[in-house]
Ligand binder design. Sequence first.
Ligand code: NAD
Length: 507
Amino acid sequence: MLDTLLPKSVSRPVVEAVQDFDPAAVNIPSGHYISGRLVPGDGPAIEVRRPSDGQAYADLPEAGETGVDVAVCDASTAQQQSGWGECPPRERGAVLRRWADLIMENRLELAQLEALGSTRCISEAYTGEVPFTAEAIRFFAECADKYSGDVLPTRSRSLGMLMPEPYGVVGAIAPWNFPLSMASWKCGPALAAGNAIVLKPSELTPFSTVRLAELALEAGLPPGIFNVVQGSGQVTGAALVRHPLVRKVSFTGSTQTGKSVMTDAAHHGMKPVTLELGGKSPQLVFNDAGDVDTVAQRITRGFMANAGQACVAGTRLIVQRGIAEALIAAVVRHARVVVPGVTWKANSRFAPLISQRQAEKVSAAVSNTVAAGAEVLCGGSFFDGFGGGFFYQPTVLIGLQAGMTALEEEVFGPVLTVQIFDDEEEGIALASHSVYGLAAGVHTMDIGQAMRATRRIAAGTVWINRYGRTTDFIVPTGGFNGSGIGKDLGRQAFEANLRHKSVLLDF
Ligand code: NAD
């Protein structure tokens, strides 16, 4: 599908190009990336492990306040002196398009780097994550010269204008679950709008974004406009949010961390924030949803993609009684046939959990819920035979009561809860969540029913008769309530990286 969208020069080579690779042979760009150079860190280092087998494969330098200060000050100077913020927006767009081309030219290398250290299997990294990253950057490149301010209807002898301008330095913080594409959703709009950016990737998946920054420089981005600082959230992330020259913060991560980022941003300069946070998204299936097996596949992909480590994972199946038995049986059937495998094997289709900590969290959520009375329809434990890697079986739970862990909390693993309802009112009530409002799926052939449910479910995105994002990057994504503030993607994400000056000129 994506091939039809890509220019010929960068269209995807045949999928057979994806082969097993040797994880020990991958070149790792270790260090911070500041002012166009890879800077080895000094000070404490964090051990980075491969999620597929738990082996330590690199040390990560950690930037403290001083290291972050260097990166942010360099970014600020570059933004003011390189002309990036003031050059014709079309020229900025051209650099970003070249960058996207280079990402595709280096697709295999990026995909291997991503697959080595994250939960993305090489086939998905190569056919999904890397091309999606390039396409998101191309989308924002197109925004660069297609947004204007406004001329305002003021008194006759005056001219009122709303003039957009970049913030200066944007501080961006990304999670580990889709390291490259999450970075592109932050960097694409910030750079297209003329800002410099300092990005802190997750300490669990830190390296692919450094290569992304190197390619940006090769594409013509002035040194210092895209910087990467490495380290933990509490040290490096907090120092970045608090730095006085960071004028806007763009964060993706958990709701818990989002609160602390918002608090820091308020106390250290009253900075605007874009917060893309957690979710506990419902999949509401009515009796007339259509072919049961098709719907079951949709539901299964919705909660199992990236082993459930997706913010929009549809982890609460809420199904009407008439279709419940057949649908649950089909979902369990599909969930049982997944093929887990280390991320560097071409035929691996089911990812590991990112870390031991995440594995313990998923396992505890399931066992607490079962101890509280829920029944396991499939899964409920780890796959055997993976040594130090944590591959959790797709798990379906039924017999849930309000308050049970797996029903209420974001588990971030391949765990689906099932609830059965009788009428529309009850189904919509079950779909709502007291904290989260990220995404929802509504499955019905009755357009009236679909739209009634859509209007009433508090979620930033509602998918009707599908589940999951597409390459339509014009569709913004973002959460309601505890799932966040503002949008990634879409024109809204671009506009959020500009501030607007009101100008009144008398003549
Ligand atoms: P996390 O909140 O633990 O960490 C996210 C990032 O924040 C990391 O880079 C981390 O180092 C940093 N961080 C941690 N503490 C910080 C602090 N005090 N100050 C500044 N930065 C800090 O999240 P995670 O475990 O990496 O990612 C999973 C979470 O991300 C899930 O909740 C998921 O739903 C969410 N997510 C949301 C979206 C979305 O679009 N809404 C997309 C992907 C992931």
